[in-house]
Write a protein of this length. Sequence first.
Lengths: 275, 334, 405
Amino acid sequence: MTNVLEVKNTGIRFGGLVALDDVNITVPEWEIVGLIGPNGAGKTTLFNCIMGAYQPNTGSIWYRGRDISLLATHRRTALGIGRTFQNIGLIRGLTVLENFMVAEHSRISYGAWGALLGMPRSFAEERRLKRNAMEVLDFIGLPHLADSHLDGLPYGTLKLIEVGTVLATDPDLLLLDEPSSGMGPDEAHEFGERLLKLRQTLNLTVLMIEHHVPLVVGVCDYVYVLNFGKILTEGKPQAVREHPEVVAAYLGGEAVDHTSEADPNTEPEDAGAPA
Amino acid sequence: MRTAIVAGVVVAFIALVLTLGAGDALGPNAFVVIGVSQGCVYGLVALGLVLVYKGSRVFNFAQGEFGTFAAYFVFLMLEQWKLGIPYIVAALLAVLAVILLGLAMERVVVRPLLNAPRINLLVATIAFALFSISMQLILFHPEPHVLDPLVSKLPGVPATGLEIFGFTVEPQRLLIVALLAVLAGVLGYFFSRTDLGLAILGTSQDAFATRVVGIGVERMSRFIWAAAAGLGAIAGILFVPLTGALTPGVMTTGVLIPAFTAAVIGGMTSLPGAFVGGIIIGLIQSLSNWAAGHYHIGGDLIQAKIPGTPDIMLVAILLIVLMIRPQGLLGSEA
Amino acid sequence: MSTAEATATLEPVESTRFTPSAQGWIARLVVHVLIFGGALLITAMVPGYWAFRISLAAIYAIIGLSLNVVLGYVGQVSLGHHGFVGIAAFISAWYVTTKAGCSLEQGCSLSSFFVATALAVLSGGVAAGLLGLVALRIRGLYLALITLSYGFMAETAIFQIPALTRGGAGMPAPAPDGFTSDNRYAFLTLAFLALVIYIDWRLIRSKVGRAILSIKHSEPVAASYGINVTAYKTMAFVLSGMFAGLAGALLAFRVENVVSNDFDFSLALLWVLMVVVGGLGNRVGVVVGSAFFALFPFILSSFGTLKNFFDKHAIEPELVGLALGAALALFTIISYQGGIGEQLSPLTRWLGGKPFTRHPEEHAAPKGHQRKKLLSRMGLDKSGETPTEESAAVETPSEPVEEDA
């Protein structure tokens, strides 16, 4: 069985703060692997490293046996890595339909400059794109929202749309960042069922950040626990859940570690000082 | 601590050049003096820019116009309406008028845009500046008028240059430097000893946090804009006479960009940085004029062999600073 | 199987998107013809000095669209556009005068004009492209500052190069043969404006526009969608520069002599305000707003009484236009952020095939029966169970701790 994703000895620091320290994670094909840990442990930071939004200081990221550490984000997407965001990774200024069309961006066959001049191929491609996007919208039951803007849509709907857009990029590996946040226990359970079905029908491999323990136990084949940027322990979900240090980290003794994970999808202040 | 070091380096540099070039008529000394006085003007305007940045997180493009407006106001009172008041009174009245203008701007433009993206406020200040310039063009027409320097009204000061160290300097320039030194002292006291001053110095990223701490954000915002307006006005009244031509937008076209560069170099969040940055820019500008081949000393316009050398240098410096050390020498932002 | 394969076998749910009736389309067509035909007719029939003004309006509209790419689509402020336009104007004038042998007495061939224009477009693209590279590292207020300095440097350094600009006298740029009359030149500018509008339309309707807008709103999400952020950002700047370069060439041949004073930095500020009043990101608004800024002073001075007033006080109508424009911009920013474009949007939306309405309707949230359909498609429906309600607000994430079973 191939390893779809390997995170090897990855470490990153922001100024004096060590966000990740010698993290090793392996995600074999078709497994659903969970990544749990207290807030501020570095889970989203790890996702950002895997996707290329951050460049780790040490270690490397491997995808299907290939070192992708130096690839730009859009290249990693093209290889088949899809990712959801903690606060809904959709483009707020575009309509729902346009979001789906953006999701297919890397598979558009016309060239950028050709598009500007109105080459016939671009017209045909655009029509095809729109049809495809409408089909996916139909598939998830939201065709009436095609021309709506995202503001004002309910949270659950947005989450659904985000899943739709990520799936539209036809990913091999899916990185889910707290997919069940905002869901009650029944919804989360339903989501878990849905995820298992999707894995089957779409041949997915999944790495999932989650807080919802029943979901993790019910769905994941393997779990890693991250705490203060280090892997605390790993193993089958049931075993991890009963591990004394994990219990301690989640229950008592959880340090008030408010050092924020600098999140690239929270917009920095408009002052515009260089990143 | 860092401030002291940087300031010390600048002073040492000035002293070095002055001693090395002493007695040389074509030497850099006159340019150093011009540079320092010019730098004081830039520093004054830059100070206004930094204040507004700390308070409203925006670059105030109207900062130059506070100065032009004040200069025109003095001109209006003394030359057009021919009020028989002393120059100094007219100057103070003008500063007061501009402060009111700044307060009006705060109320009408800044307050409604408190939560809008900063770019909106930036464009609003641009609109304000352009409005001001066009009104000046309409009311006063593009021909230059002449505004006498304050110093010419002071008793005992020779009308033409003052002789020091073997070259001639316009007395107005010395006045500027002297005034700036006094102002620096006053402001230094204000910002380190008074409640309001300390609050402004410690302004954090957003108004909400400051409000939570209990400092009147509205009061601070009003004060900042009034202060920025006042400083801009003083800069205009002192500097415009030196250019010999009071034209619409003179402070914006001549001073604003170097002042911005000064503020960036010193650090957009650092008040002493504005001063230091101003002096540095003034020196760079005037010494590069000297190096590029100059002519006429003593207040005349300076031309360089390579057109625009000082300006190219400014842009290059701005780019380099922003790329390498965006928080400037003394600023604290990442 | 892939998502595409999974969805291919499903029948689509009925679409509820609005399409106009046959009469609706005809009505829209008629209005389009009236507007465009009217513009062309006016241009043909008015006296020369009016047409001279119309060509300025068209050029300003091109500049507005150029600035709109950076300001409206990318979301950055450029205060140095006068640099791009000016450099392009000088280059096109320099080419026809020194390389193509044109002169005011002999005129200028059309082919020389096109080559000069192409050079201008290229220079604009390169100049703005350089800025685009800087914009990759620096943004927002600081970038605005750099654009300001950049434009300033163009004014003080590049515009002073004697070989390029011939000092105060300026570089001549005779209008091309066949377009020497004011009316015909106005048509030429309108034709180029149409081209720019077309390209802008294709931009927005294609992956390029979507990419650029995505980058503006959320760069990390855009990148994870596979968008090459660096390439598209740079491309936007280059395109903006190309439009600006075109405008520069058209300006040069319009007045037939290019002088540095014509490209003052207050123009750059005016253009930003023009785009703001037009409505950021709104093509129609920007065109109308820019044309307004160009035409307004002229229109003002055609009123006899106003003209007398202006003459009596030696006021240039241009300045009144400037003052008013600045005031309008302030007003727009504070109260009506959408500018002219937003005010016109009921009309433009109608013309584009949507129903005429003052407030676009929000579509209803999915109802119960929609969710059932969804679940059945996923093969997840458990008969007899009621689907849970959609969460209507952001709920706090569930506790990380679960009671031990």
